[in-house]
Design a protein around this ligand. Structure first.
Ligand SMILES: Nc1ncnc2c1ncn2[C@@H]1O[C@H](COP(=O)(O)OP(=O)(O)OP(=O)(O)O)[C@@H](O)[C@H]1O
Ligand SMILES: N[C@@H](CCO)C(=O)O
Length: 294
């Protein structure tokens, strides 16, 4: 049995949609795997070169975890992986690896889990749906996870030009979450959810000028994390009225949505941020794919 899995990256939060809104984008984790006596990983992309190659690999640990949780016999795999999703940059690399792990358990143990069941298991593991749901089903999705349930609603994908500014340093999600406050007062909560409401309403109507203004007024997480992001203020100032920018996931990548007439900014961004990687990105509307060849 040969298993092939392809999972898109994701950008999440979109400013005020903290832990709730995300969009799948066209960078991919790709895996080929077959049953083996022990866990062996072969990494074909430079991005993955520091990962372990044995049973301590995140995917091996998550396959074991899901086998235990679903009460099926564990197994080992020989895995070949390629990826252009940078690790610990806020582009959902760990969420994509989590999805791949569960899809592999699903096919190897012939569980026939439904999309809803996959979503419940993934969001319960990740703790929030904003990376795993769009990467699993594709597109732009708003979600809310509580206890045993994940409620979610796809929205139209953003069709303005989009760029990611990927810094040359990592920021672990756990560290970026440690920067968040323990408590949020009533006044700030009302303000934060109102900004988020307008974001969702404007995304649903494809009113990207209004959505962009909301993206840049988040009060849930960006004010508490921006000191961890070296060029947060610089990019907001430089971008001016060319478009809008938000912190992708927990950062440090910054995500830009430009006005349609301002799509030609890649060379300018590369000049301003010469040590960083600049990518133009598109939404992925397909989501994760898992095929089995006997
Ligand atoms: N494709 C992968 N294969 C194996 N392990 C991975 C993979 N992607 C991420 N990881 C593990 O997850 C860690 C990064 O997880 P983290 O949640 O901090 O970053 P992220 O997923 O890029 O960020 P975000 O969730 O904000 O988008 C890596 O250091 C690595 O240990
Ligand atoms: N919503 C999450 C995304 C990263 O996993 C966060 O901002 O911490």
């Amino acid at each position: 049995m040969k298993i092939k899995v392809k999972v898109p990256a994701s950008t999440s939060n979109l400013g005020p949609g903290f832990d709730s809104i995300g969009m799948a984008i066209d960078s991919y984790l790709e895996i080929e795997a077959s049953i083996s006596e022990s866990w062996v990983f072969s990494h074909k992309s430079e991005i993955l070169s520091d990962l372990p190659v044995d049973e301590t690999h995140y995917i091996a640990r998550m396959v074991n975890h899901f086998c235990r949780q679903l009460n099926v016999e564990p197994f080992c795999l020989k895995v070949t992986m390629t990826s252009d999703i940078p690790l610990a940059r806020g582009l959902g690399s760990s969420g994509s690896a989590l999805i791949a792990s569960l899809l592999i358990v699903n096919v190897v143990r012939e569980l026939n889990l439904t999309t809803d069941e996959l979503i419940q298991l993934l969001t319960a593991e990740e703790g929030h749906p904003d990376n795993v749901v769009p990467s699993l089903i594709g597109g732009l999705v708003a979600g809310f996870h509580r206890g045993e349930s994940c409620y979610y609603q796809p929205l139209p994908v953003i069709d303005w030009p989009m760029f990611v500014v990927i810094p040359n340093y990592e920021l672990k999600t756990a560290d970026a979450r440690d920067a968040l406050p323990q408590r949020f007062n009533f006044e700030d909560s009302v303000k934060a959810s109102a900004i988020s409401n307008v974001l969702v309403a404007s995304l649903s109507q494809k009113n990207y000028d209004l959505a962009g203004q909301m993206m840049m007024q988040d009060v849930f997480h960006e004010p508490f994390r921006k000191h961890l992001i070296k060029d947060y203020d610089k990019l907001r100032e430089l971008l001016g009225n060319r478009g809008y920018v938000f912190l992708s996931g927990a950062g440090p990548t910054l995500f830009i949505m430009t006005k349609p007439g301002e799509s030609n900014i890649k060379a300018w961004l590369q000049h301003e941020f010469s040590d960083y990687e600049i990518r133009q990105v598109k939404p992925d509307n397909i989501g994760a794919i898992c095929n089995v060849m006997e």
